[in-house]
Design a protein around this ligand. Structure first.
Ligand SMILES: C[S@@+](CC[C@H](N)C(=O)[O-])C[C@H]1O[C@@H](n2cnc3c(N)ncnc32)[C@H](O)[C@@H]1O
Length: 200
């Protein structure tokens, strides 16, 4: 399929930026505090990129399905040794469906690249077993200066109340949102939240 790989120029250096590693670790720790991960769990990492989030969670679960549209990012993940089963799906989840029923869906710093977040949340809800969870980390509303180039950016972060409402509308319950970490860039600090919720 012919599509533009918007992360092609970033992929090679992606893991060399210390702040990205620290952000993914902080989000993984926050997920662990909020979600009881188990060694028999199969989870999806949506927008898994080079795998920074999933590699921090892998030792606590059985399997991760990494979903990402970017060949350049997933090629870096393929080179890594991940301490659980790993299945990589190189697809645009907004355009394709996956016939999966998983225990949880995690995602870090990806939802602001998605135009129709409501439709995606509904898709997440379908992909979960009952009792399953979502744990989604992204930027609080920002002034547009987080990205130096806006290609592929659909939202300048999110208003927390509106984000919660999207999850509610998609059928999620036990919705909770809290501070996850802060990303320090030379010109500014950006807050990252973690939303957790479950499917009944
Ligand atoms: C900023 S990166 C975050 C990567 C990783 N989660 C992390 O925290 O380091 C966003 C990722 O989302 C992926 N992505 C964006 N839109 C997508 C879509 N519609 N379907 C699947 N992956 C997508 C991009 O290719 C990219 O790898």
């Amino acid at each position: 399929m012919n599509r533009v790989d918007k992360f092609a120029s970033k992929a090679k250096e992606y893991d060399t930026l210390q702040r990205r590693l620290l952000t993914a670790k902080a989000i993984a720790n926050k997920i662990r505090v909020n979600i009881n991960l188990r060694k028999d769990m199969h989870i999806v990492d949506f927008g898994s990129g080079t795998g920074l989030l999933l590699e921090s969670l892998a030792k606590d679960i059985a399997k991760v399905t990494a979903i990402d549209i970017s060949p350049s990012m997933t090629n870096i993940l393929r080179e890594k040794s991940i301490p659980c089963k790993l299945d990589i799906k190189e697809i645009d989840l907004t355009k394709e469906d996956l016939d999966l029923k998983v225990d949880g869906i995690v995602s870090s710093m990806t939802i602001h690249h998605i135009r129709d977040v409501q439709a995606l949340f509904k898709k997440f809800h379908k992909m979960l077993k009952s009792g399953g969870f979502i744990a989604i980390a992204d930027l609080d509303s920002e002034d547009g200066s987080f990205h130096s180039v806006d290609t592929g950016v659909e939202h300048f972060g999110f208003d927390r109340k509106e984000f919660i409402d999207l999850a509610k509308e998609a059928g999620f319950t036990n919705i909770k949102i809290e501070d996850a970490t802060t990303i320090s860039k030379p010109h500014k600090e950006f807050n990252v939240f973690l939303l957790t919720a479950s499917k009944e």
